[in-house]
Design a protein around this ligand. Structure first.
Ligand SMILES: Cc1ncc(COP(=O)(O)O)c(C=O)c1O
Length: 393
């Protein structure tokens, strides 16, 4: 039998946590899912005609454009302007999702064995997104001192002759931390000295919880090439529509040369459907309504979390500046894995263990701020009671 390539993990067996979830579901007992990050599954009221623009007859004509239809690129450029960032439409590309944008950008910037610096803790998909492109993800640390900030010495130490790009997630998943102006300035210095690109994942930008005035987009500078990623998945709560994008900033000649090369990558796949590109202006505009509904849910759940946690001095909320999740620091009386499995089996609640996001040490639990109020409050009460020892272990 042919074996799968080394781009994929050698061990494909489900994790202990995944097995505990499957067993709980098989038993028919309820599971309060505090990891739910799919906005279409948390009881938000989507207007039934929200996707009507996908049926526009203009999409009956196929006009393949590697960087996307001009109307879609102009709509994204206008959306950047809404955020106060100037990105002309000829510096915008349309993709099928942010995840796909990563794959295309790694093909553009990296050869096999090259490296990309990725934040730690952060979103676990980076490990796969890089490995699938035969690229190595090299972590740099975020440190918590009254807020998460980049450990810039560690960023400098991790750069090697194989590094091609530095990735920042702002606000980061799951720490909720935005990139700050002074950190961007330092990253630009590091990138300029080594001819590196900066990739900024800003998919959660529009969900401020306590956004600092110093929060900044990677596109707010033109000294080095930076790519800012976004998409409807988060900005309009429409992951199923499959519309993502990026904007590029930097010196004109460098941006032009990279976009010319990128055109070859994107032209090889032409993966974004015409209906979604035709619908992009309307969907981006209509997304504002869903964004408000999601923001209201996040604010509600974070407020509930903040007031409830005061009763549990052994559990600390590391306040998120933005995004869809919250990090709880909990007493490390057992491994995160044992805690999470115990919560599933005995309390019927699912949370993420910190190790899922590669926290430097234990013990942290990560909860999504998206679930319906009833699910969130019930699940959280069980977690806090158990973590504070009120429930027998
Ligand atoms: C930080 C971050 N970037 C990108 C994505 C993926 O977004 P998309 O659906 O556009 O691929 C996610 C999804 O959870 C995410 O958390």
């Amino acid at each position: 039998m042919p074996s799968h390539s080394s781009r994929l993990p050698s061990n494909l067996t489900p994790s202990v946590v995944a097995e505990a979830v499957a067993a709980r579901r098989r038993s028919g007992a309820p599971l309060f899912d505090l990891t739910e990050s799919n906005p279409t599954r948390v009881g938000l009221a989507y207007p039934p005609d929200l996707l009507a623009p996908l049926a526009d007859p203009a999409a009956l004509v196929y006009d393949p454009q590697p960087l996307g239809l001009r109307t879609a690129r102009a709509a994204v450029s206008a959306d950047f302007e809404r955020r106060g960032i100037r990105v002309p439409d000829d510096r915008v590309a349309i993709t099928a999702s942010t995840s796909e944008a990563y794959a295309l950008l790694f093909k553009l910037l990296c050869g096999p064995g090259d490296q990309v610096l990725v934040p730690r803790p952060s979103y676990p998909l980076f490990e796969h997104l890089t490995a699938l492109e035969a690229v190595e993800a090299v972590p740099y640390d975020l440190e918590y001192h009254d807020g998460w900030r980049l450990d810039l010495d560690n960023v400098r130490a991790q750069v090697s002759s194989r590094t091609r790009a530095i990735l920042v997630v702002s606000p980061n998943n799951p720490t909720g931390s935005y990139l700050h102006q002074d950190d961007l300035a330092a990253l630009v210095g590091i990138a300029a000295a080594r001819d590196l690109a900066i990739i900024g994942d800003e998919v959660f930008w529009d969900y401020p919880l306590q956004r600092p005035d110093t929060a900044v987009s990677v596109l707010a500078q033109q000294d080095v090439v930076a790519v800012g990623l976004g998409g409807l998945s988060k900005s309009a709560g429409l992951p199923q529509v499959k519309l993502g994008w990026f904007g590029m900033s930097g010196p004109d000649a460098q941006v032009r040369a990279l976009l010319d090369a990128y055109e070859i990558v994107a032209d090889t796949y032409l993966s974004v459907s015409t209906p979604v590109q035709v619908a992009a202006p309307a969907l981006i505009e209509a997304g504002a309504g869903m964004r408000r509904a999601i923001q209201a849910r996040l604010d509600r759940n974070l407020t509930a979390l903040g007031s409830r946690i005061e009763w549990y001095p052994s559990v600390t909320l590391l306040p998120p500046e933005g995004g869809w999740s919250a990090v709880l620091q909990v007493p490390a009386y057992e491994s995160e894995e044992a805690m999470v499995v115990g919560l599933i089996e005995r309390e019927g609640v699912l949370v993420h263990p910190g190790y899922f996001f590669d926290f430097a040490r234990e013990a942290f639990l990560v909860v999504s701020l998206l679930p319906e109020a009833g699910v969130f409050d019930h699940g959280l009460a069980r977690v806090l009671a158990r973590m504070s020892g009120a429930v027998g272990r």
